[in-house]
Design a protein around this ligand. Structure first.
Ligand code: FAD
Ligand code: NAI
Length: 467
């Protein structure tokens, strides 16, 4: 078979690139190593983690908030097996959705490991060892990422685990130790803490969610402490060992020699992910990687080999599904001769804890470092009627605007439904709007979004109305 475009990897980058390429009239193939389509995001990432976050939040609300709402519940208990089964059902429905989209767009799907034989020939090796070859004019590498598991952590997939295994635990652990207070550690830590597991997090840096605005780290840590999560910041792990029933983590404060130890049912390693290119045969075509093992691309996401592009987690930039999707669309449109563009500064980042954290644009520290004059407006959720009505009063919205021009440069939120609320900030910033623009827009009352308007009012002067 001969194709105009072949996509290797069916995650949100790959399958979206394939759909856009097919829409633009290219004869398109997609190759996926596993039996199911959707990649990390759909099978062991975004979707299953959000399914469990939602289920555990229902339980937590029933256990801790219903009474105050005037709802008495007796005999409440967690059925983790059913929770995991529902998560699997959500995943498999979504798998089916992607298969449908491939058929609808007449995209040929190949299951097997894709590897370059030459620039225009790709070998597909199936699980049983059999293989076939297809020819292609252009190729998009969308092979994603895998969890980082240092050798000294003795990752055994049983007691020393990554997010992939954590999403399949069917018996509630009594205790879990998590290495890394990043997005995965805090989302999955929240799931288990809400269900009643004792959770301790060991983090090398001096704050949680280190890449986000400092105020967000502070607000979220306060909420997660209330949930019962214990944090060991500025600590480094020296060794992790698993047995058939438990995991033991040895660690110490960054600047002392005193060794500490925690024994738990599981140790979840969540210290980042690396670009995945194993078995892809990059060396057969001379594709270059950067010093962090990511496929090197230019401004059009083309590798050093003409006609071969790369997108998503396997290249530089935030490891986010929506970033991968934007890049998939960009490459397909660029191939078709269009002039697409991505504003990387405006890719929002979200942590789906409760309260949720959502941000877009620059942090206060980044503005300080760049010497950009700015002003700050903050508004706490506890001052909102809507938040009090729903008992979701933790967190705040922070708007950063240019001191002279008033252009919005960053918006940082911790609070209820901020994952959805951040879209307003992205839209305003795409149009290079000002804090005054947000402040003058009518926001429905009573909604959580009023916090954004109030923070914008605060940024434009001392004009917040409800504070
Ligand atoms: P992937 O989704 O990793 O897909 C790559 C695919 O390529 C895989 O299916 C793989 O099997 C296949 N493949 C690899 N090599 C080959 C080969 N040689 N031949 C054939 N196939 C191959 N991001 C968000 O934006 N929001 C979230 O809420 C979120 N939650 C997450 C939760 C967890 C627990 C994890 C682990 C990640 C989460 N992410 C989230 C990150 C998100 O999953 C990734 O950014 C996204 O999946 C990257 O998409 P991708 O298409 O680049 O790669
Ligand atoms: P991360 O990069 O978010 O966080 C890793 C954390 O581990 C950092 O705080 C880091 O300082 C710490 N760390 C690193 N090495 C350490 C060590 N040896 N000891 C102690 N701490 C150490 O990585 P994470 O959480 O694994 O997530 C991987 C990727 O998946 C992220 O880049 C994220 O973009 C994506 N993701 C996105 C989600 C979302 O959008 N909601 C949800 C989950 C994952």
């Amino acid at each position: 078979m001969k194709y105009d475009v072949t996509v290797i990897g069916s995650g949100p980058g790959g399958y979206v690139a394939a759909i856009r390429a097919a829409q633009l009239g290219f004869k398109t193939a997609i190759i996926e190593k596993y039996d199911v389509l959707g990649g990390t995001c759909l099978n062991v990432g975004c979707i299953p983690s959000k399914a469990l976050l939602d289920s555990s939040e229902h339980y937590h609300n029933a256990a801790h908030k219903f009474k105050e709402h005037g709802i008495d519940v007796t005999g409440l208990k967690v059925n983790l097996k059913q929770m995991i089964q529902r998560k699997r059902d959500v995943v498999s429905q979504t798998n089916g959705g992607i298969t449908f989209l491939m058929k609808k767009n007449k995209i040929d799907v190949y299951h097997g490991l894709g590897s370059f034989v030459t620039k225009n020939k790709i070998k597909i090796t199936k699980l049983d060892g059999s293989h076939e070859e297809i020819e292609t004019d252009k190729t998009i590498i969308a092979t994603g990422s895998k969890p980082i598991t240092p050798a000294s952590f003795n990752y055994d997939k049983k007691r020393v685990i990554t997010s992939t295994e954590a999403l399949e635990i069917e018996k509630l652990p009594k205790k879990m130790v998590i290495i890394g207070a990043g997005v995965i550690g805090l989302e999955l830590g929240s799931v288990f803490a809400r269900l009643g597991t004792e959770v301790e997090v060991i983090e090398y840096a001096d704050r949680i969610i280190g890449g986000m605005d400092k105020d967000c780290s502070k607000e979220l840590q306060r909420s997660l402490k209330k949930l019962g999560i214990k944090f060991h910041l500025k600590h480094m792990v020296t060794e992790v060992k698993g047995t058939s029933r438990s995991a033991t983590v040895k660690f110490k404060k960054r600047d002392t020699e005193n060794e500490l130890e925690i024994k738990a049912d599981y140790c979840l390693v969540a210290i980042g992910r690396y670009a995945y290119t194993e078995g892809l045969g990059l060396e057969n075509v001379g594709i270059e990687k950067d010093d962090r093992g990511r496929v090197k691309v230019d401004g059009h996401l083309q590798t050093n080999v003409e006609g071969i592009f790369a997108i998503g987690d396997v290249i530089q930039g935030p490891m986010l599904a929506h970033k991968a999707e934007e890049e998939g669309v960009l490459v397909a449109e660029y191939m078709a001769g269009q002039k697409p563009h991505i504003n990387y500064n405006l890719i929002p980042g979200v942590v789906y804890t409760w309260p949720e954290v959502a941000a877009v644009g620059q942090t206060e520290q980044q503005l300080k470092d760049a010497g950009i004059p700015y002003k700050v407006g903050k508004f706490p959720f506890k001052a909102l009627g809507r938040a009090r009505a729903s008992m979701d009063t933790e967190g705040m919205v922070k708007v950063l605007a240019h001191k002279e021009t008033d252009e919005v440069l960053g918006v940082h939120m911790v609070g209820p439904r901020t994952a959805d609320m951040i879209a307003e900030a992205v839209a305003i910033m795409e149009f290079r709007g000002s804090a005054e623009d947000i402040a003058r827009m009518s926001h429905a009352h009573p909604t959580f979004t009023e916090a954004t308007k109030e923070a914008a009012l605060a940024a434009t002067g001392d004009r917040a109305l409800h504070m």
